[in-house]
Design a protein around this ligand. Sequence first.
Ligand SMILES: [Ca+2]
Ligand SMILES: [Ca+2]
Length: 133
Amino acid sequence: MKIQHWMSSSVSTALASGTVLVGVGATSASAQGDPVGGSGATYYLNDSFTGSANIVFSYGDASDTIYFGDWDGNSSDTPMIQRGNSFHVRNSNSSGPADYTFNYGNPGDVVLTGDWDGDGIDTLTVRRGGTFL
Ligand SMILES: [Ca+2]
Ligand SMILES: [Ca+2]
């Protein structure tokens, strides 16, 4: 799985050119940027380079689009699910309900996550045509 780190000062340039930054100036927030691929709603996290997961949890439904990012600025990436333009944020890597839910953009918008202002908290942008909101 490719991990993308965004540097806030380069975001506008990257977005304007369509370039994806990889490993450049990573801050404490390290959103993947794009949705996580695959299927299912169970996640197997591994905090070391071994053959087994040390954290296993379920979140959302198998049909949800999922993102991982640091939504609360504590330097730990956790899941957020998207259903249409509704986003369900969980601030821990454990099974359970969303910590909070909000709506953003329109269904069908392209969603990216990142730390746009360098405060350590990942948030959203949506691309609608050639405009980022
Ligand atoms: Ca976090
Ligand atoms: Ca931020």
